[in-house]
Design a protein around this ligand. Structure first.
Ligand code: PXL
Length: 267
């Protein structure tokens, strides 16, 4: 099995490719990467970070790959630095996803009901058009709102279900606790998940990467969600204890072993 992760390299802050590569590889899956941008840190909470968009390089990389006849079982796209990059990811899917392969889009747009720096509503519209090409989309509660205009998760799920077959709204906070709202072959469902109060930088990337690894190892949608959410939760608990500054991301590394044991038990 071969996965392509399209995401940025934030050198510090444990998100995007610095999470996708170790997590997907640990699942026993080959993970190739297509970097969208190179940043000194991610954009959430740091100031003065550097940003180099890799639009031109991405095109050259893809052209070289064409000569290698590469094809992927799963393509996972995350942080995209521009509207042009969103269009290019559609092209990457056409050129490199195997027939019957899986396209997972994490529509990285924002958190805490605001856009990440550099993104706006026009960008969200473009991201929605990428979601239309996906098998699975993984918006957090903020992204669900930015994509649909509603804070009601059931309503948002119905709307997103018209966009893509399997929308998954992660970390949805309700009066009864936290849930994943998702749509599988049987219809719209929600799954209670353990969660800590507050926002943890990089949690969405740990979850999405684990989810892709679980799908590639043959877990059902429901099991992949449950196992990934549990991994994320334990990484968050460790982070609360060990990391005073949340912008440095999740201490997920020492939780990988337990995650893999659960994955194996469900595979
Ligand atoms: O974790 C999402 C993410 C990914 N990549 C970059 C980011 C963020 C969130 O802030 O800034 C560069």
């Amino acid at each position: 099995m071969r996965v392509l992760a399209i995401n940025d390299i934030s050198c510090v802050g444990k998100c995007s490719l610095t999470v996708a590569l170790p997590v997907i590889s640990a699942c026993g899956i080959t993970c190739d990467i297509l970097p969208t941008a190179l940043l000194s840190t991610h954009t959430g909470g740091f100031t003065g970070y550097t940003f180099l968009g890799l639009d031109d390089e991405m095109k050259k990389i893809a052209d070289h790959w064409e000569s290698l006849h590469l094809k992927y079982d799963l393509i996972y796209s995350g942080y995209l630095g521009s509207r042009a990059q969103i269009a290019f990811v559609k092209e990457i899917k056409r050129r490199f996803l195997k027939k019957g392969g899986v396209f997972v889009v994490d529509p990285v747009l924002g958190d805490n009901f605001t856009f990440y720096k550099g993104f706006d509503q026009a960008f969200a519209e473009e991201m929605l058009s990428l979601c239309k090409e996906a098998n699975y989309i993984l918006p957090n509660e903020t992204e669900s709102y930015l994509l649909t205009g509603t804070k009601d998760f059931s309503e948002a799920l119905t709307k997103l279900g018209k966009v893509c077959p399997h929308p998954v709204i992660t970390g949805a906070r309700t009066e009864d606790g936290y849930f994943i709202y998702y749509k599988d072959a049987e219809g719209e469902r929600r799954m209670p998940i353990p969660h800590e109060e507050g926002s943890f930088h990089g949690a969405g990337d740990v979850f999405a990467s684990a989810f892709c690894g679980c799908l590639m190892r043959g877990l059902s949608l429901e099991r992949a969600l449950a196992v990934s959410a549990n991994f994320c939760y334990h990484a968050i608990l460790r982070t609360e204890k060990e990391v005073p500054d949340r912008k440095y991301g999740l201490n997920y590394e020492r939780e990988i072993f337990s995650f893999l044991k659960e994955l194996e038990a469900n595979a």
